[in-house]
Design a protein around this ligand. Structure first.
Ligand SMILES: Nc1nc2c(c(=O)[nH]1)N[C@H]1C(S)=C(S)[C@@H](COP(=O)(O)OP(=O)(O)OC[C@H]3O[C@@H](n4cnc5c(=O)[nH]c(N)nc54)[C@H](O)[C@@H]3O)O[C@H]1N2
Ligand SMILES: Nc1nc2c(c(=O)[nH]1)N[C@H]1C(S)=C(S)[C@@H](COP(=O)(O)OP(=O)(O)OC[C@H]3O[C@@H](n4cnc5c(=O)[nH]c(N)nc54)[C@H](O)[C@@H]3O)O[C@H]1N2
Ligand code: SF4
Ligand SMILES: [Mo]
Length: 805
């Protein structure tokens, strides 16, 4: 059986032999085929010529940061298998060319999953109950057109919210199609921030002006790599993406790798790295401890720091600052809190032994070129902005900034291959809420203002959200914090009156739809897409539907064009083009810039096109600024790196913050709610719980695929000490709870996590029964509290108790 798995894991030997007879494969060839690795070009060619199987080219469009091409074997309009593309002469990484991970390769099971949405439906039961009735596309599109018109005239266009959603990165259908439709008909209430990077994006603008980071190819010239909560082995898994880039660079430089993470991650294992286990939210304290040692042991060059940064020493503070407000004063105990940030102090908070902190300070400060980087887990916390700015500041303080082999503390976005998207018109509403505040924008719109929520484009909200268009997203009932609260708000259909959901599967969010539409899955769709942002490897993919769309699934381009016709704006929406014509139009736009490309007819549906490594791949972060800070200032008010930010102090003075929230001008360690420093709550809930992104799924996408669930079960990681105290053994079912809810999940008892700390993958499918999430979805117990500066999501900051179920 295992040898036969090349065709179909569900195929028996007998059926395969019958099948091979039908398609004319000799048994000798068949046995060769089923034993040899299939990535051999010649062999594949011979198969193509001798059989009736066809090979089609698609892509995995999920939001994992990578973008993998898929080579799909099809028999009689049926997907037989999904594999990596074959290497070509262009392949940047040779055999490792854009190699899809386990999720991409499981696509057959995602396409044929029993939970697929098949027909348009409308809700018949109570909102959220999940009872639907099949309707025609005609009725569905007419209802949506009517609702758009009704909500606009009754409440205004700012009552229509276009919800966050990252399930599919199409260029000519999906999200761009809905955005085009909604902007053509008067606009919508928009959001700023993402669930991914709210804290780091905002905080970075105060340190550096704009977000950038040095590609991992930089590591070729490093002797030390320090990764704060960066787990590329799970979060950037493509063979053509960042995990491969870092591996190759390390092979060249042989740099030592240190990973600072509450968990001993796959990246730590694979990178032969040293693991420094840290308590969640404690990174800014660790950094202060490191800088303390560097100051005390005379390992820093103040003149060099002051050339590039403001706020490390007194004499570079702006005149508005208090005399003792510098970062150096904070570290040495001269700041307002009067506490010296010794290694012992940092050890008490972070859990890392003081001698190791001192040694790490020496290692970083004396490295020839240290590449310092952070994932986005460290910032998805209540004090994430502080963590971000502390790690960024460390790079210039330790003189590990600007030179070859160094970085600015940020996870790099690789340069994208620019493939156009369906254009959207100007959004006439012009108002943006922080994305994590959408529940409040439904239930308490009057509380959302510029000074409380950083509301953009207006001082306050008008009526709030009355209609949601939810395309390829599962935040309504799976991916947002404190789901019990979210569900209650959505169940009340007098608040948000209309919810449109477009998905492939019957998700928790789909159950909250009033109108539920089935879209084609990746393998049923045609488009021209660029590489994502993961790595210096650039390319585009021409994908063509590998099978005929099943049931009544349709492309949202066609659906939106139907709605546009009903609203009398079809011509405006389509500009006279079909989706296929838009795809060709986009290709021709690319070809204008890259005349070496062949005509579209030659490459349509052929998969990966125009692979190359970005010429920017060897540039250190902010290289021009480093070379000449006077001539090439940063985008900050001072033009320098702002360790002290006057603009942040102004926000602290002018914004209305909830009690206990602070926005300090320097990257201090802040103890925030739901951490061990929240003493009262910590007594009741003694364990920290952090989330993580698992290789088993990309958020909730792929999370219902059976083979993946078996390969990578959703489990809560617990240290044997914590498990032992609670009589919990490995693989026991446990209840994880706090005041916000209860989750049922299997325990993974392991030394790979610190005592006192637990961790759960995010993205498991939420299933509520009697008030308990029996689907192991972490968001039953996460918080919806906004972070102080970014107004972002602190979904990794939680306190819980655990008991055997
Ligand atoms: N397989 C897979 N890949 C994905 C995704 C997915 O769901 N599945 N999601 C994609 C998306 S949209 C995004 S935004 C990115 C997310 O990428 P990240 O946000 O970086 O991923 P996380 O797993 O949340 O966090 C990374 C690591 O940080 C650690 N960590 C948590 N808290 C702390 C802390 O306080 N300090 C330190 N030092 N470490 C901490 C976690 O244990 C984890 O190992 O990944 C992308 N890639
Ligand atoms: N507790 C906790 N919560 C988190 C996070 C965390 O770290 N911890 N991470 C946050 C982050 S970084 C992110 S980016 C968000 C992600 O949250 P979402 O953007 O909601 O991502 P998914 O959960 O993958 O939901 C995507 C949906 O798109 C659907 N889909 C896939 N392909 C298609 C398609 O071709 N067409 C259509 N119409 N639908 C499709 C999938 O079935 C799925 O329902 O989650 C956030 N939530
Ligand atoms: S999930 Fe990401 S890494 Fe895996 S196949 Fe899809 S795009 Fe590639
Ligand atoms: Mo994300």
């Amino acid at each position: 059986m295992s040898k036969l798995s090349f065709l179909n894991v569900e195929t028996t030997r007998r059926s395969l032999l019958e099948y091979s007879g039908k398609i004319g494969l000799g048994s000798a060839l068949l046995s060769t085929l089923t034993t040899l690795p299939f990535s051999k070009k010649a062999l594949a060619k011979s198969v193509e010529s001798q059989s009736n199987l066809t090979f089609k080219h698609s892509a995995c469009l999920v939001n994992c940061g990578s973008r993998c091409a898929l080579r799909v074997t099809v028999d009689n309009d049926r997907i037989v298998q999904v594999q990596p593309e074959l290497p070509t002469d262009e392949s940047v990484f040779g055999e490792h060319t854009i190699r899809p991970c386990l999720r991409g390769r499981s696509n057959k099971f995602r396409v044929y999953n029993p939970d697929r949405l098949k027909y348009p439906m409308k809700r018949v039961g109570k909102r959220g109950e999940g009872k639907f009735k099949r309707i025609s596309w005609e009725e569905a599109t007419q209802t949506i057109a009517d609702e758009i018109a009704r909500i606009r005239s009754k409440y205004g266009s700012d009552a229509i919210f276009y919800q966050y959603g990252t399930g599919a990165y199409y260029h000519t259908q999906g999200r761009p199609a809905w955005q085009r439709l909604l902007t053509c008909t008067g606009g919508y209430l928009d959001y700023f921030n993402t669930y991914s990077t709210a804290q780091i994006a905002k905080a970075t603008s105060y340190t550096f002006g704009k977000y950038e980071g040095a590609n991992f190819t930089q590591v070729e010239d490093s002797d030390l790599v320090v990764l704060f909560g960066l787990n590329l082995s799970e979060t950037r898994m493509s063979g053509g993406g960042q995990v491969e880039e870092l591996r190759r660079a390390l092979e060249k430089s042989q740099a030592r790798v240190i990973v600072i993470d509450p968990r001993y991650t796959d990246s730590t294992v694979v990178g032969h790295a040293e693991w420094l286990p840290i308590r969640p939210t404690a990174d800014a304290a660790l950094v202060a401890g490191l800088v303390h040692t560097m100051i005390k042991e005379d390992l820093i060059d103040e003149e060099h720091i002051n050339k590039y940064a403001v706020g490390f020493t007194k004499d570079t503070l702006p005149t508005s600052a208090k005399a003792n407000a510098s970062y150096k004063d904070y570290v040495l105990g001269n700041g307002d809190d009067g506490i010296e940030k010794t290694a012992d102090w940092a050890s008490d908070i972070s859990g890392i032994p003081a001698p190791r902190i001192k040694q790490l300070a020496r290692e970083i400060a004396t490295a020839k070129a240290a590449y310092i980087c952070q994932g986005w887990g460290p910032q998805r916390h209540g004090n994430g902005e502080q963590t971000v700015r502390a790690i960024q500041s460390l790079t210039i303080i330790a003189n590990q900034f600007g030179r070859l082999g160094t970085n600015n503390g940020n996870w790099p976005h690789g340069p994208k291959y620019k493939v156009p998207y369906l254009p959207k018109e100007e959004n006439k509403v012009g108002i943006k809420i922080p994305v994590y505040a959408w529940t409040d924008a439904i239930a308490h719109p009057e509380t959302i203002t510029a000074k409380t929520h950083d509301l953009q484009g207006a001082d306050k909200l008008n009526v709030g959200i009355k209609m949601i268009v939810n395309q390829a997203g599962n935040v309504l009932a799976n991916q947002h914090g404190q789901l019990s609260r979210t569900r209650k708000i959505l169940e009340d259909d007098s608040l948000c009156e209309t919810i449109i959901v477009i998905d492939n599967h019957m998700t928790a969010t789909a159950k909250f739809a009033d109108i539920l539409l089935p879209e084609t899955s990746y393998l049923e769709a045609s488009d021209l897409v660029g590489n994502s942002h993961a790595g210096a490897h650039q390319y585009m993919i021409s994908m063509e539907n590998t099978i005929t769309p099943m049931w009544e699934c349709r492309s949202t381009y066609d659906v939106c064009a139907d709605i546009a016709r009903k609203l009398d704006i079809e011509q405006e929406f389509t500009q006279g083009r079909t989706q296929a014509q838009w795809v060709e139009h986009h290709y021709e736009q690319v070809r204008k810039e890259r005349p070496h490309l062949p005509p579209f007819a030659k490459v349509r549906g052929t998969g990966v096109l125009d692979q190359h490594l970005s010429p920017l791949s060897k540039r250190p972060a902010h290289a021009e600024f480093y070379a000449n800070p006077q001539v090439n200032p940063l985008g900050t008010p001072s033009g320098k790196i702002e360790i002290y930010s006057e603009a942040l102090q102004e926000l602290q003075d002018n914004w209305i913050l909830p009690e206990g929230d602070r926005i300090p001008p320097i990257p201090e360690f802040l103890s925030v709610p739901d951490t061990p420093w929240d003493k009262k709550l910590n007594k009741k809930y003694p364990l920290q719980l952090s989330g993580f992104h698992t290789k088993g799924h990309a958020h909730s996408t792929y999370a219902s695929v059976g083979v993946l669930k078996e390969a990578v079960p959703n489990q809560i990681w617990m240290n044997p000490i914590d498990a032992g105290e609670r009589g919990i053994a490995n693989n026991d079912m446990v209840k994880v709870f706090n005041d916000r809810g209860t989750v049922l999940i299997e325990a993974k008892v392991t030394h790979r996590i610190l005592p006192g700390v637990t961790a759960m993958p995010e993205g498991a499918w939420s299933v509520y029964k009697n008030g308990i999430d029996i689907g192991s979805c972490i968001n039953a117990i996460t918080s919806h509290r906004l972070t102080p500066l970014a107004k972002g999501n602190p979904q990794h900051t939680n306190l819980v108790e655990i008991e055997k179920a």
